[in-house]
Design a protein around this ligand. Structure first.
Ligand code: GLP
Length: 279
């Protein structure tokens, strides 16, 4: 696992966006070869989406041959509700870029048969050839997507009942009224994300410091589902200083000493020129 420690949330957003840009550029997607991205919502990835929109507007990246699969969606929240993840993705990202709407997948929390909807989603991911890069965020209780504490680490896309911690954390989006937070969600499973070829998890803020510590310094534990990614061969955690407060000094020093290596991961390669001629 790589831990990329940056100064603040802005740097996390910039680093993550540059990494996505580089991966898409290096992949050189085309009509026969789509790049498949897994995407999160929430306040943490918001800055990354802003940067990606900037890159798109500057002609540095295209999403024409990109397919996306979002991690999760509330159950029974109208699609046009300002807190639905459909609304978030459309307004904060999809409407600003050149992705074909049919390639931007978000689970339908209003589907008549939720189990069928989840199974269909798994099939769509498989039919797309699997996810090349799954980007995730976590809750303060260490959940990834909506895989609440106690979720199976082999879980697939399914209906989940939200934990009290999550209802509390997300009440801020519903006028601080916990009663208005939907009690259930559809979410990709830990196993679904584990199947991705690469996983990049964004963690910022001191309120997530204990979760980050559980994610990397303790063992794999289904009560902190993000810890499962210790067993993924290509996982990056991109975090800010505030979120490292519960880590050991030696852990922080070790990963900070690798900052030059990490910087190289987002440097543009010459293939960018090839990309520009293709699009
Ligand atoms: C929700 C979502 C997660 C997200 C988390 C963190 O619980 N289901 O996918 O990662 O919130 O959100 P934020 O970035 O706003 O802290």
């Amino acid at each position: 696992m790589r831990l990329v420690i940056l100064n603040d949330p802005n740097e996390v957003a910039e680093w993550a966006a540059r990494y996505v840009k580089k991966r898409i550029q290096d992949f050189q997607p085309g009509p026969e070869k789509y790049f498949v991205l897994g995407l999160p919502t929430g306040s943490t990835p918001y800055g990354m989406y802003q940067k990606l929109i900037e890159f798109y507007r500057a002609g540095k990246i295209s999403f024409k041959y990109v397919k996306t699969f979002n991690m999760d969606e509330y159950v029974n929240l109208p699609r046009d509700h300002p807190e639905s993840y459909h609304y978030y993705m459309f307004n904060n990202f999809f409407k600003h870029i050149d992705i074909d709407p049919k390639n931007a997948h978000v689970l339908d929390g209003n589907a008549p048969d939720l189990i069928q909807e989840c199974n269909k989603y798994e099939k769509e991911i498989a039919d797309a050839g699997g996810v090349d890069l799954f980007i995730g965020g976590i809750g303060p209780d260490g959940h990834i997507a909506f895989n609440e504490p106690g979720s199976s680490l082999l879980s697939r896309t399914r209906v989940k009942t939200l934990a009290q911690d999550t209802l509390q954390a997300n009440a801020r989006f519903f006028g601080n009224d916990i009663g208005k937070v939907p009690k259930q969600a559809l979410t990709v499973g830990v196993g679904t994300v584990m199947d991705a070829r690469e996983v990049m998890i964004l963690i910022t803020g001191s309120h997530k410091a204990f979760a980050l510590y559980k994610a990397i310094e303790e063992g794999i534990n289904h009560m902190w589902t993000v810890s499962a990614f210790q067993q993924h061969p290509q996982t990056f955690i991109i975090c800010d200083e505030d979120s490292t407060m519960e880590l050991r000094v030696k852990t922080v020093k070790y990963f900070k000493a690798l900052s030059d290596v990490h910087q190289k991961l987002i440097e543009e390669s010459s293939s960018v020129d090839q990309f520009r001629t293709l699009h």
